[in-house]
Design a protein around this ligand. Sequence first.
Ligand code: PGA
Length: 254
Amino acid sequence: MKKKIVIANWKLNPETPREAKELFSKIKASVKNLRQTVVVVAPPAVFLNLLDVGKSRLLALAGQDGFTENVGAYTGQVGMSSLKYSGATYVILGHSERRSAGDTNEIINQKVKLAFKTGLSVVLCVGESIRDAHGEYLEIIKDQVKSALSRVDKKDFKKIMIAYEPVWAIGKDAKTADTPDNFLHNALFIKKILSQMVEKKVAFSIPILYGGSVDSSNVVGFLSQGEADGVLVGRSSLSSDEFKKILQVSDQIK
Ligand code: PGA
């Protein structure tokens, strides 16, 4: 049975180390009751070192982004190796909030390659800003996947997961999440693109997650009907109770 993956993207929350430790310890307690769900928490980078995943094989930490270089004169940046030595085993790359802050497909590709070189696994976020009726948005997704993974070593495809996150479904201003059926359609499309880049067997084993306004009531649809390998959760990961419910739902999916 393939384990589901639930990623908590805390974004720029919470404000204090004390709150970060509190939230994390509640999540850690919820993880103790799980059997088949891997939980990856992405806190602000400054808090990574404070959060101890312990011995659990179902809990890990991620960076929310990393820079294209590991050392040098780059004021304010966070290196992939710093993330790794601070406890992260994953890094989220290509999140729409980083893309809108200036990350191009080329920059994301450099980051992906450096992350692998550094020994991190990658959560690559892709997704269109607008869903047009003619399917042009599919070209955008295709371009994002192909360029981010361009010239990536074939063996590293085993350390990728893709979070399909339509930008219009992300955040508190989003009117709605996507539907499980649309997700499934787009996930199959992404698998097809991947199978043009690596062997089919490898391509089809890459987890495809859904992200964008996931909560405890809609998560079941994405994981069952939508056949998502997991979900990437923003706002709903900041409430330990709501997040616990999401984890419980995930763990019960057959
Ligand atoms: P949201 O964020 O769950 O708050 O919509 C998801 C994301 O940005 O990854």
